[in-house]
Design a protein around this ligand. Structure first.
Ligand code: IPE
Ligand code: IPE
Ligand code: MG
Length: 246
């Protein structure tokens, strides 16, 4: 692969995996049937990212707002997370995937939280792909927890309030130690962010597709990456400035 080719592969992809409920409804099945079917698509994108050389994949699995869904759906999703963790971690670990859960993990019951922590420590030495799973995550929550850490550092006298700038606050946001987000994908046809990575989205390229998450396959990932490769990322500069640098 030439360096020009590799520049066209996003280093960090984030996906709002939406449309499971509608996928199930089309089949006259309960919503949880759709959530279960979505697991295959997760496996497919992980394999695709490993193959294409994407370094970081961040998946939105459960938002801060999803706690408001009917109790039986929330319960079924929690069971699905437990089952997926028990079944998938071995293979992910074997493929060199580092797993990280990001979000307000304190909201989960002990058994699930311990499984998450165990998967994170077990895979902590891996580097082929960083797989971040956003659970009980909200972009506003992320900004608040970073602001709280900044306030605590000021209270301890480690920094002065005037020293807080984008770089310093950004350092406390989730995923700050990983390459910046290049490509945001949302399946399921809605063109909204739904409180996903608000801070990290600042300069990401956005790709929306009508494909429902359980139908998302290697071709869908390929078209999203091709769409990304056609974009000119200007970061506030002019097209001429960007062309001169290339
Ligand atoms: C996304 O699919 C999965 C979660 C939010 C957990 P949905 O369950 O939102 O599916 P639709 O949008 O109702 O089709
Ligand atoms: C966003 O999907 C959250 C996840 C995919 C985990 P939602 O289905 O919850 O988003 P809204 O409600 O349509 O905005
Ligand atoms: Mg939805």
């Amino acid at each position: 692969m030439t360096s020009a080719d590799s520049a066209r592969i996003p280093r960090h992809i984030a996906i709002v995996m939406d449309g499971n409920g509608r996928w199930a409804k089309l089949r006259h099945r309960p919503r949880t049937f759709g959530h279960n079917a979505g697991r295959k698509a997760v496996r497919t994108v992980v394999e695709g990212c490993l193959r294409e050389g994407v370094k970081v994949l961040t998946l939105f699995a459960f938002s801060s707002e999803n706690w408001q869904r009917p109790q039986d759906e929330v319960g079924a999703l929690m069971e699905l997370f437990v089952r997926a963790l028990d079944k998938e971690v071995d293979e992910l670990h074997g493929n060199g995937v580092r797993i990280r859960f990001v979000g307000d993990l304190g909201t989960f019951e002990n058994g699930l939280r311990q499984r998450m922590t165990a998967a994170m420590s077990r895979t902590a030495g891996n580097d082929a792909l960083h797989l971040n799973i956003a659970v009980s995550y909200g972009g506003r929550w992320d900004i608040v927890q970073a602001a709280r850490k900044a306030a605590e550092a000021v209270a301890r006298g480690e920094i002065r309030a005037e020293e807080i700038d984008e770089q310093l606050l950004g350092h406390w946001m989730c995923l700050a130690d990983l390459p910046p987000l290049d490509l945001f994908i949302r399946t399921g046809g809605e063109c909204r962010v739904s409180n996903f990575l608000l801070w990290q989205l600042a300069y990401a390229e956005l790709h929306f597709t009508d494909t429902l998450w359980p139908d998302f396959n290697q071709d869908s990932l390929k078209s999203a990456i091709e769409d990304y490769a056609r974009r000119e990322r200007r970061f506030g500069k002019t097209g001429e400035q960007v062309a001169r640098k290339a």
